[in-house]
Design a binder for this molecule. Structure first.
Ligand code: HMG
Ligand code: MG
Length: 299
């Protein structure tokens, strides 16, 4: 029996938050339906952050109301939440999963959420406590694990400290982010090998941006360390608006193609995924970076 790899589709959030064009809510809703039709079971649909910071996702309520409730069994729709205000917005839309986020490096944390790391812990702990009491699932992200745009190298102990803190708050999984796409496979081996000493592989995920073309190679390195959950964006959309020079996430089409070729099971239909990629490419009016999307559309 082949081994299952879980894919967390973050295109509607991580992807679209960094597009200069603001995609209308109806198109976001249509995209998410196409992603569900392709068999994706975990989708990060939007962000309940300050809309002044991320105007691209200011329509989070409209998008979530357009897709919830999802009747299909086993589907998890999530959204980023930075504080209790965001949790309240998520709850009012009927979401039952949220994702908390913070950085392993001080400067990126401050630029991204306007707080020091120490100030962020109690804010997120309160959100997690309230969300868990409401019966929600809570995921966590650690950004800048493999490098920071302001500080350069980030000691693995920083990432361990933030990962442990998030797990202690009750998150079921921590996604380790290469926010600016600087990681290489050797570093991915080293960092995951270090972190899995204390945390089981089932509770960790890889979140690679493909700024320098090492994204899929980094996935292979993480697979070799036992990681079985990866975040990716349809078409390779994406970035982080508070990480200068960051490019898109690894593309979901490229990830699925590679995983299937390696004998892993994802539950995703690549033809239908191509339809979703083609749809958002047309909406944005620019060629997306996914190589498999390009190859499949040229057939
Ligand atoms: P702040 O300005 O320090 O917040 O921002 P504040 O608490 O002082 O409030 C200021 C104003 O924001 C108030 O409004 C609040 O009501 C409002 P005013 O009184 O001035 O009219 N506000 C909100 N409004 C709606 N929803 C909310 C909310 N919270 C406050 N939830 C804050 C702090 C965290 C809110 C802000 O810094 C923020 O929104 N940051 C988000 C940045 C972001 O979304 N970055 C991208 C996502 S992270 C990422 O991409 C990395 C990742 O992909 C992994 C990786 O690649 O590494 C996850
Ligand atoms: Mg990201």
């Amino acid at each position: 029996m082949s081994v299952k790899v879980q894919i967390v589709e973050v295109g509607p959030r991580d992807g679209l938050q960094n597009e200069s064009a603001i995609v209308p809510a109806e198109a976001k809703i249509a995209l998410i339906h196409k992603l569900l039709d392709a068999g994706l079971e975990r989708i990060e649909a939007s962000s309940f952050v300050n809309p002044r910071w991320i105007p691209q996702l200011a329509d989070a309520e409209e998008v979530l109301r357009g897709i919830l409730p999802v009747e299909k069994k086993g589907v998890q729709i999530s959204a980023l939440v930075p504080n209790v205000r965001g949790l309240e917005r998520a709850r009012q839309c009927g979401l039952d999963e949220i994702a908390l986020f913070m950085s392993a490096s001080e400067s990126h944390n401050r630029k991204n959420i306007n707080k020091s790391i120490a100030e962020t812990f109690p804010v997120l702990a309160e959100v997690a406590k309230e969300a868990l009491a409401l019966g929600m699932r809570v995921r966590g992200y650690v950004s800048t694990v493999f490098g920071c745009p302001y500080e350069g190298d980030v000691p693995v102990d920083n990432s361990r400290r933030v990962t442990d803190a998030l797990l202690e708050m009750g998150v079921y999984e921590v996604s380790l982010g290469d926010t600016i796409g600087v990681a290489t496979p050797k570093q991915v081996h080293e960092i995951f090998a270090e972190l899995v000493k204390d945390v089981t592989t089932e509770r960790l995920a890889g979140h690679f941006h493909d700024t320098r073309g090492t994204g899929l190679a980094n996935v292979v390195a993480a697979l070799e360390e036992g990681i079985r959950t990866f975040d990716s964006s349809i078409g390779g959309l994406g970035g982080c608006p508070y990480a200068p020079g960051a490019a898109g996430n690894i593309s979901t089409e490229d990830l699925v193609y590679m995983l299937h070729g390696m004998g892993y099971e994802t539950g995703v239909d690549l033809n239908r995924l191509t339809e979703a990629g083609a749809y958002i490419q047309e909406q944005l009016g620019r060629e997306l970076s996914s190589k498999v999307l390009k190859a499949n559309l040229a057939k």
